[in-house]
Structures are given as C-alpha cells and as structure tokens.
Ligand binder design. Structure first.
Ligand SMILES: [Zn+2]
Length: 681
C-alpha cells in the first residue's frame, strides 16, 4: 500500500503541484502508467459496445490525455526551469513514446470509425455551439492527418512524412554547420573602429577561446548584427554580408537541392490529402483559411507601405551624401543598417538605457495587475508558502469581481544556470465550467530579466516591460477561459490568432496614462519625463516601412514558394526567391544572394512556419486594430475591457476566430491602425 506521501506525485492532477516532491525517478514510472491508462481509455472509446453519445465518444476523447498532458507538462516545465542531468535523461527517455502516442491518435482506425459513427447519430447531427465545433474540428484534423486514406495512401503519407523529417533535419544541420564553419579574425584593433565596447570585448573573448590573436567574428546573430550596424570598415561589412547571404549553399552543405525536394514533398502531401497546395493544407484551420487570402493580405499591406519605403530609402541616401559628400555612391545591402544607425543617432538622441530607472520590476508587475483589474475586474494577489521549483518563484491567485476563484499562476522572472533563456507562458491545468461547477485554471509565466544588483531593484528595459505584458496577455487568455471543451479552451487557438491577446497588451506600454501606472523612477517615484517619452515614441517609428517590408518579403516568399512556385516554370528555388525578395529589399541583392537556403523558419522542420510566416504581420494588424476600441473609449474602459474579455479572452477556440474578432470589432480587421501606429499612414 502506498500512502499519498510515497505515491508517485505525477500520477494525480493536483492544483497545488507538489514541486517539492517530484523527482527524476518518478518520470519513467509515471509516464508508463499514464500511457497505459490513456491507451486503455482510447481502446474503450474506439470499441464502445452500446450506442454512441457525445459523452462517451467526444467528451471522452476530449479528456483522453488529460492526466498525461498534466504530468508531461509539469516534467517539461521542470526540464526548462530547474533541470539537472537525471531529469533531462528521464524526460528525453520518456518523450519518444509519448509523442508517438499523441501522433498516432488521428491514425487509429477504429477510433476514426467511432467518431464518424457518432457524427451520423441523431445527437451527432443535432449538436450545436462548441460541441459542434469540436466534432467538426476533430473530423477535419483526422482527415488532414490521413484518416480517410486507403492503405496505399496511408503508406504513401507515412513515406512522405518520414522523408520530410529527414530532409528538413538535414536542412537545419547544414545551416548550423555552415554558420559555424565561418570565422573572420581581425588582427589590427584600428580596424574595429565604430564597434561598441561590448562587441569588441565579445570578439576578443571569442578569439581567446579559440586560442587566437586579435578579434574573432562569426555569423552568429550578435556578431553579425554588431558588424552590420556599427563597423566603420565597409570591406569587413561586405565580407560578412556576403558570407551570411550564401550560407548553406557550399559543397557538402548545399541546401539548394533540399529546398526543391522539401517543396516537392509538401506539395505531394497536400495533393494526397485533397488540397490544392501546401498553404491550403496548413491554413485550413487557421484564421486566414487558405493561401490566397494570406497572399492577398500581404499584397494589400505591401501596397500601403511601398511609398514610405521608397521615401525612407531616398532619405537614407540623402543622409549618406550629407555626411560623405554629394558623390557618395548608392547604398549596398551591407551599408543599409550601418547608415540607418548613424541616421537614427542624428535624428533622435535617445538611449534606451536612460529609461531603465523608471521600470523597477516590482512596480511594473504591480501596475500591470492594477491595469487588468481596471479592464477586466479581476484581482491578482500573491500567496506565500506555495511549493515551487525555486526560491525566486512567486505564486499568485486570481479572483473575479464577484470574489469567485478563477485560477492561479507562478511567475519566475530571473535567469538561472538550470533554466532556459527567453520568456514564455504555459498552462498546467485547463479548468473552466464543468458539470461540477467552475474549476480553476493553473498556469505560469517565465522570463529572464536583469536581476537586482548593487542594492538597486531589478531595473528593466522598455522591451523587457513589453515582454512581461505580452506573456501576461497569453496567461490571461488561459486564466479567463470559459470554454467547456478542454481541447478548445484558452490558448489552444489558431496560430494566426494566438498572438492577439498577448500583443494587444503591449499597447498599454506605449500610452502616457497607463505608463504612469507602472513606470516610476525607483528612487524618486517620478513618472517618465515628457521629452524622454516623446523620443521613445519617435524612435519607435524610425524606418518602420523598411522593417515592415522586410517582414512582408519573408511572408511573401514563403507563400509564393508554397502556392505558386513551379520548378518547371520558375527554375531554381533559390534564384526564384531572390527575385521575389528583391522587391522588398532597400538595396540591390547580389546575384549569389541565397538567403532562402538559410531560412530555418521555413525549412528546418516538416511544417514549422512554412506557409505561415505571414502570421507575424497578421497578428500585428489584429492587435493594433482591436486596440483602437480601447483608444476610442479610453484606455482603461471597463466596458470595452469587459467586451474583450467576453468575446475574445474567455472564448478560446470555441468559435471560428474570424467570427470572434468580428463580434468584438463589429467588422473585418482593418490594417489602417497598424499603419498609423507604425507612422506609415
Ligand atoms: Zn506570444
């Protein structure tokens, strides 16, 4: 007999997760046990003896992996924030079998027959609302995974998937190896002119670690961006630019043939599953729904950005000639970032570091809780003494206006050696309305912010503040969910919709009134001075058309390759991509330019961002547009906040996101607000 204290803590879903009791040795046995339970439940749903009902088929499917999701979620989380070798080993050992189980669900033949059988019952035909959507989405998902194919079709699909995994993995390895194969060592300190001291120190350190004299530069982002932005020596900038733009095209690491093969495999897969092209397959259950609509979206935004794009490029050339004389040449691609930085410094004497004293972490977080109290009526309060994974971690409860307990979350803000980088939100428990009443949600938010040093509180950059607001927006999407179907709850929404709740939060970091809620000098309590605030806003729109065109170009080339590109007609995909990208580039691209061969977003996994790079811009259009309702009614409007909560935040994927959006805005998304915000209107 095992008492609760000795039982495996991963086997039962507990709201107060016993982080103090979970050990690496629990992972293997818990996974085995929970997988066995899930398989047994799957078997029961697939082979029901009696009549099929929503409850015994769909509801059971919705709950099928709940305990496994929870356990794997907790372990994956601990591996990210408090890892140690035994835990990593246990997680990695459990992972393949678990993911094979998940990906096998849509291919389970008897289960598929059972779902279709339920759909054709009177109950299945009559259900409405979220249940209807869950049934329809399940059927679509199974079909997209090949459930309807005959044996030969399934075999073909498996072959395509296996080869796609192999080729895309190789693509990523080539980029990595090719990037790492490059180094450029500068022996003479005088040739470093222009570089900031941090970049010089990093280059020296990099050389030392390789046992070299001088200063070493690689094609890793920090080195590359520092050289492109600051290095006075144009020949060095050109050298690095040229190396970067032909990554993974050299003998032995050549991604050219791989791109052609990946596009061919994706196209075959789409046609096998009954879609015209890969974009239509990937986008069917996203907000854009198909490739044509996503392409149209980008074309429209491009048309609205081009004029300002040309002006910015002319202004930059004029700036160069004002510095170097009227005969200075046109800008080459390796000159653009360099002169843009000089132009920025001349136009706006603004150093982001001067804002730090106004953003002490505790004040920022308290101000953010105050903001969501005003907007949504919810109250966030810290509770001490809750078990966590590290002494730095805080736990909070969230209550609704009427005092009802909605959920809780952990916040883990500071870097540690056993924690991965970046900022993110995740869910532990998806609650919501059930037959037993409302069950609370549980989630988390993590960051890697500058720690308090020298007796000062943790002082953040404005970008850090935006990041906290962003991730908290994702967390609210989870915590405020009122969806009954677990699989459609919270942040389980289409990829081109999921960033709306997070990105909209960033808008409150740019408004005077809300900034004054949380931006206070840590010593004097003064708000951000008006002139500093104005500079910060102006710097935000500097060369915004170039930034936008760059993103549009990536989105465009991605969709063109996955919709219109034909190898017979268009030839080499690298050449083709260069021709497409040229229209979005501020300077003529050199003939050997092969950026697409290093574009891991699109080609280093079977799907990844393929046919979906447009989502970045799409989400920006949504968040800027939706925020206009707050701006019109006052940025603390409880009424608009209530509507946003009711129509977007609480709804998860319970309705088509385009309909949710229309119900909040009363119309289709309009890109104008983004253009205004970026200074492009
Ligand atoms: Zn996000």
């Amino acid at each position: 007999m095992s008492s609760p204290e000795t039982a495996n803590p991963l086997l039962t879903v507990e709201f107060r997760i016993p982080f103090d009791r979970i050990r690496a040795a629990d992972v293997g046995p818990a996974t085995a046990e929970l997988l066995a339970q899930a398989r047994a439940r799957l078997d029961t749903i697939a082979h029901l003896p009696g009549e099929r009902t929503y409850r015994n088929s769909m509801d059971a499917l919705d709950r099928l992996t709940e305990p496994l999701d929870y356990a794997m979620g907790v372990v994956r989380h601990l591996e990210s924030v408090a890892t140690y070798p035994e835990l990593r080993a246990a997680f990695n050992a459990a992972q393949p079998e678990v993911s094979a189980f998940y990906s096998g669900i849509p291919l389970h033949h008897e289960l598929w027959e059972g779902i279709k059988a339920f759909a054709s019952t009177p109950e299945g035909k009559a259900i409405t609302g979220e249940r209807r959507r869950y049934l329809d989405k399940t059927i679509d998902t199974f079909r997209r995974h090949g459930a309807d194919l005959d044996a030969a079709g399934k075999k073909k699909l498996e072959e395509l998937d296996v080869e796609l995994t192999q080729v895309t993995t190789k693509f990523g390895e080539n980029v990595l190896d090719s990037t790492n194969a490059f180094e450029f060592v500068i022996p003479d300190e005088a040739d470093l002119a222009g570089l900031p001291p941090t970049a010089v120190a990093a280059a020296r350190d990099s050389a030392e670690r390789k046992g070299l004299e001088g200063w070493r530069f690689t094609l890793q982002a920090p080195d590359y961006l520092a050289v492109m932005t600051y290095m006075d020596n144009a020949a060095t900038r050109r050298h690095l630019y040229q190396a970067y733009s032909v990554r993974a095209t050299e003998e032995g690491r050549n991604n050219r043939p791989l791109i052609a093969r990946i596009l061919e495999l994706r196209s075959q897969k789409a046609r096998l599953l009954g879609f015209g092209d890969f974009a239509d397959l990937v986008l069917e259950d996203r907000m854009a729904h198909n490739g044509a609509r996503a392409l149209h979206f980008l074309e429209d935004l491009k048309a609205k950005t081009e004029r300002r794009f040309r002006e910015e490029n002319r202004e930059l050339l004029e700036f160069r000639r004002s510095v170097e004389g009227p005969d200075a040449p046109e800008l080459e691609p390796w000159d653009v970032a360099y002169f843009a930085e000089k132009q920025r410094a001349a136009l706006y004497d603004f150093d982001e570091e001067t804002l730090r004293p106004y953003f002490p972490l505790e004040k920022v977080v308290a101000g953010m809780f105050d903001l969501v109290h005003r907007l949504y009526g919810i109250t966030v309060t810290e509770e001490k003494g809750v078990p966590t994974w590290d002494a730095q971690v805080c736990y909070y409860n969230v209550h609704d206006e009427d005092g009802k307990f909605i959920g809780g979350f952990y916040a883990d803000w500071y870097p540690r050696e056993n924690k991965r980088g970046g900022a993110w939100m995740d869910a532990f428990i998806t609650g919501g309305p059930t037959e037993k009443g409302f069950e609370p949600h549980l989630g988390l938010i993590c960051g890697n912010l500058s720690k308090p040093i020298g007796g000062k509180p943790a002082l953040l950059t404005h970008r850090d503040v935006e990041t906290i607001f962003h991730e908290f927006g994702h967390l609210l999407h989870h915590l405020l969910s009122k969806v009954r179907v677990r699989s459609l709850a919270g942040t389980s929404v289409a990829w081109d919709f999921v960033e709306l709740p997070s990105q909209i939060m960033e808008n409150w970091c740019w408004e005077r009134a809300s900034l004054d809620l949380f931006a206070r000098h840590w010593e004097t309590g003064e708000p951000v001075p008006e002139d500093l605030f104005q500079k910060m806003k102006q710097a935000r729109t500097f060369r915004a058309a170039n930034a936008q065109m760059r993103q549009l170009g990536f989105g465009f080339v991605d969709l063109m390759l996955h919709t219109r590109y034909s190898p017979q007609r268009d030839g080499d995909p690298v050449e083709y991509s260069r021709r497409v990208l040229q229209e979005y580039s501020p300077a003529p691209l050199p003939p050997q330019h092969a950026m697409i061969a290093g574009f891991t977003h699109l080609f280093s996994s079977p799907v990844g961002y393929a046919a979906a790079y447009y989502s970045y811009k799409w989400a920006e259009v949504l968040d800027a547009d939706a925020f206009t309702r707050f701006r019109e009614s006052g940025i603390f409007s409880r009424e608009v906040g209530g509507e946003f909560r009711e129509k977007i935040l609480s709804r998860g994927d319970s309705q088509d996101p385009a309909e949710l959006y229309r119900s909040f805005m009363g119309r289709e998304p309009d890109p104008m607000a983004l253009l205004v915000r970026s200074g492009l209107a």
